[in-house]
Design a protein around this ligand. Structure first.
Ligand code: URA
Length: 458
């Protein structure tokens, strides 16, 4: 068994190289973190030239910054295994590779935070020279990795970035790493701090603060070393109030849009009073209410289903029952926001037949679909979508008069009379009804088609 006590990447590399070339297995090695570097017994001498890829070395260097006792073992194991399995890093499912990739991302995120949240304070030394000082408390040992950014950014200033685990000093264009001085001797505030805060107050647009996003991007542990942090609480309080206000306004706008569509359909020149008063066919007799479309009336994508289901009929909204849940999940996977679409049905009333106490969906016939086209056309001319997604056969019939199977219609380029392009796909209920061996495939077709609609609309 061999053991080594190392503190940083260079030390680890100097110890690991001869061990690796001598073929010492990871199980024979014990790594510890320590102030006192213990070189290995001279009996371990390199016996073969080592070839470690640049990609691996870069990964190992990142891992050495991750504050965890197991980092040196993982680094050695990766190096040892890569020598025997040169394509190891390509295997993302390998537990060591997976862990290493996660650790590397955490380290890179911390470097990014360092660049964003280090704030220099101005000080004057005993010779009257101006210097800049920053205190930063990173979660990982990233000072060496992140400091290059400041050397390039402030090459002509003299500055120091102190962290609990070491300090970077930039003097006369040279970078040094030294031990961190006692914190009580470090400067706390400077004349410019007030200026900083005034500046922050002035550039910060309170109406655009999104408090959850702000907390995510700037974790609270960084706040205590930011001069502007005194302002953050106040700004956040104001921001929260205006965030809630903006959400209320957005909801009011949505409601106003829905009402605008209702009014637009009710005010059509046919004086029929809109879908709620429609008697063009008989379905209305058994339905609770007409279910109109909803969503953005300026959407570039319109989704058209068949007719409301049992739950939609009771709630007066399209796609809020089981089929709606399948649709919502497919929209999410396809990267579409429901609130940015306009969602409606070819037929506005629920057609059903009784089965015991249940109301079972009954497909509308061709004449009922044709009768309801009046309303669908009016919705299309209000919204003016670029893409219309036909969900299932009834929607395809209503929009294009086609009776093709969905399987073949998916392959076609179908124009709509309004100039929009129709994308045809499976109805979410078809996925609910499908044999389990086929449901997965239908569901991925639905997602693919929604994605295609998104790309076409873009
Ligand atoms: N099926 C539809 O076609 N539309 C709905 O709104 C619900 C289920």
């Amino acid at each position: 068994m061999y053991s080594a006590c190392v503190q940083g990447f260079t030390q680890w590399r100097d110890v690991a190289r001869p061990l690796l070339s001598a073929g010492i297995a990871p199980e024979e090695m014990e790594w510890r973190l320590g102030q006192h570097f213990e070189p290995l017994a001279p009996s371990i001498a390199a016996s073969a030239a080592l070839r470690l890829s640049r990609q691996l070395m870069e990964l190992l260097e990142a891992l050495s910054c991750y504050r965890h006792d197991g980092r040196w073992d993982l680094m050695y194991r990766l190096a040892w295994r890569s020598l025997r399995q040169p394509r190891l890093l390509e295997d993302a499912a390998d537990p060591d590779v997976h862990r290493a990739v996660q650790m590397e991302s955490a380290v890179n995120r911390e470097v990014h935070k360092m660049h964003a949240f280090v704030r220099f304070r101005e000080m004057t030394d005993e010779h009257g020279e101006t210097k800049y000082f920053a205190w930063f408390e990173p979660t990982h040992d990233i000072l060496r990795r992140g400091v290059g950014f400041f050397c390039k950014r402030f090459p002509n200033m003299e500055w120091m970035i102190a962290t609990p685990g070491g300090t970077a000093l930039w003097q006369n264009g040279e970078l040094q790493f030294v031990e961190t001085p006692d914190k009580s001797t470090l400067p706390k505030a400077d004349a410019h701090e007030g200026l900083w805060r005034t500046y922050y107050r002035n550039i910060c647009n309170v109406s655009r603060i999104n408090p959850p996003a702000m907390r995510r991007e700037m974790p609270q542990r960084y706040w205590r070393n930011l001069p502007e942090s005194v302002e953050i609480q106040t700004l956040l309080r104001d921001g929260q109030a205006s965030f809630a206000q903006r959400q209320r306004e957005a909801m009011d706008l949505e409601l106003a849009k829905a009402r605008a569509m209702q009014r637009a359909l009710a005010d059509l020149p046919d004086h029929s009073g809109g879908p709620s008063a429609c008697r063009r066919c008989d379905i209305w007799r058994h339905a609770t209410q007409a279910v109109l479309g909803e969503g953005s009336t300026s959407a570039t994508i319109m989704l058209v289903g068949e007719q409301p289901g049992d739950e939609e009929d009771l709630r007066g909204r399209p796609f809020v029952g089981p089929a709606g849940r399948v649709l919502d999940s497919a929209l999410k996977t396809a990267g579409l926001e429901r609130s940015e679409l306009y969602i409606t049905n070819a037929v506005k009333h629920f057609k059903w037949q009784p089965r015991g106490k249940r109301r079972l969906h009954k497909r509308p016939d061709a004449s009922e679909v044709a009768a309801c086209n009046h309303w669908l056309d009016a919705e299309v001319s209000q919204v003016k979508p670029r893409i219309i997604v036909a969900l299932g056969a009834s929607a395809l019939r209503a929009l294009a008069g086609l009776t093709d199977s969905i399987e073949s219609a998916r392959q076609l380029q179908i124009p709509h009379a309004s100039g929009a392009q129709i994308v045809c796909t499976y109805h979410p209920s078809a996925i609910l009804r499908a044999d389990p061996s086929n449901a997965g495939q239908l569901s991925s077709h639905l997602v693919d088609d929604l994605r295609r609609a998104r790309e076409l609309a873009a």
